[in-house]
Design a protein around this ligand. Structure first.
Ligand code: SAM
Ligand code: SF4
Ligand code: SF4
Length: 343
């Protein structure tokens, strides 16, 4: 095999000229919820083969990868899962990552453990956070999380995050037709008044356990129309190229919302995002069916330069644009579950 030349971060673009800017790291494949669209109970039960502890990347391995990715151009890292706050001593990992200068670090959580952990996360150096909440209606929310978890406890978590100064707080709501469309307006009114940024996410065909169907998707356009009729909106510019949420602000000046139209208005052409699974595989697309084993490199004593070179070559070979070609793709292929690859 010909020798592999090291890759300079400034030149690191994929086959479609997209730079590597964002990284999502899944720190656990476990969760205390069983959201029907993500980890349906029938499959994620006590017999499910969750990863063994020694398979997980250690905090040292995650921090080393984060540092190397940062050196290759990654500006933003999001910790996710599974439920990241279920990873033992997650605040210790935040503390280690917070020493990487110039890195924008954030985390997505279902909020259940925030009342207990928000202050420790802030003390460890976390600056901001995203909390998922799919409805303000207890019966709808409980049916979606499927573990009987009440809305009030998530709001308590959001309040705890605000109290700890984890600001700004963003709220993620997945919208599924016939399940929680009725919650769009109450959620918009509630977070408009509170000032947190609510982001509506189109229900996606991630993994293969949620039985996704196109007719269960409520499009971003429909969501905007529903809200606009009651609370007029106008579009605003993205904060940066590659931002996945389209931003809209209320015409009365009372804040903004976002819509993530990953199904109906694919944004692959600007996708600058890589993902590391709980056991250290690098995926260059949320819908990839295989990843590259970085953990093996780390555990086989590869040098920093060797790891960076490997990452660089994987990124340079990237051609993924699943959402752009979703509709043309007639042969379903096995995809990775979101709880493993990181949402
Ligand atoms: N457990 C954390 C949480 O729920 O925020 C972090 C992981 S979760 C996989 C990350 C995000 O992905 C959540 O906002 C969740 O609602 C969203 N998500 C999960 N499955 C999805 C799907 N099929 N379509 C769209 N969004 C999904
Ligand atoms: Fe857990 Fe988040 Fe998936 Fe819900 S969306 S099952 S909270 S990982
Ligand atoms: Fe990026 Fe893949 Fe999603 Fe397209 S489908 S936006 S390439 S993660």
């Amino acid at each position: 095999m010909a020798p592999i030349k090291p890759v300079a971060a400034s030149l690191l673009v994929d086959r479609l000229q997209r730079p590597l800017r964002d990284l999502r790291i899944s720190v656990t494949d476990r969760c205390n919820f069983r959201c029907t669209y993500c980890m349906p109970k029938e499959i994620f039960n006590k017999d499910y083969p969750y990863l063994a502890r020694e398979s997980l990347l250690s905090f040292e391995e995650i921090t080393r990868l984060a540092r190397l990715f940062h050196g290759l151009g990654v500006e933003k890292i999001r910790l996710t899962g599974g439920e990241p706050l279920m990873r033992k001593n997650i605040d210790a990992l935040i503390e280690m990552l917070s020493h990487i200068e110039g890195l924008d670090l954030t985390l997505t959580t279902n909020g259940a453990l925030l009342p207990k952990k928000a202050q420790a996360l802030a003390n460890a150096g976390l600056k901001r956070i995203t909390v998922s909440l799919d409805s303000l209606d207890d019966s709808v929310f409980k049916a979606m999380n499927d573990v009987d978890f009440p809305v009030a406890k998530v709001i308590e978590g959001i309040d705890a995050a605000a109290q700890a100064g984890l600001l700004p707080i963003k709220i993620n709501m997945v919208v599924k037709k016939g399940v929680n469309e009725q919650s769009i307006l109450p959620m918009a009114r509630f977070f408009k008044q509170r000032g947190e940024i609510l982001r509506f996410i189109e229900y996606m065909d991630v993994g293969h356990t949620n039985g996704w169907r196109m007719d269960e998707v409520v499009s971003a356009r429909e969501i905007i129309d529903i809200i606009h009729q009651e609370m007029p909106l106008e579009p605003i510019d993205p904060n940066y190229t590659g931002e996945v949420a389209q931003r809209w602000r209320y015409q009365d000046g009372s804040g903004e919302i976002g819509v993530i139209a990953s199904v109906t208005q694919a944004f692959c052409k600007d996708c600058t995002r890589a993902r590391i699974s709980t056991e250290g595989k690098l995926y260059t697309c949320l819908f990839a069916h295989s990843g590259n084993d970085l953990r093996a490199l780390l555990r086989n004593h590869a040098t920093d330069e060797q790891v960076k070179t490997a990452i660089g070559h994987i990124w340079q070979a990237r051609r993924d644009q699943y959402s752009e070609i979703r509709h043309k793709n007639t042969t379903p292929s096995p995809k990775i579950e979101m709880s493993y690859i990181g949402g």
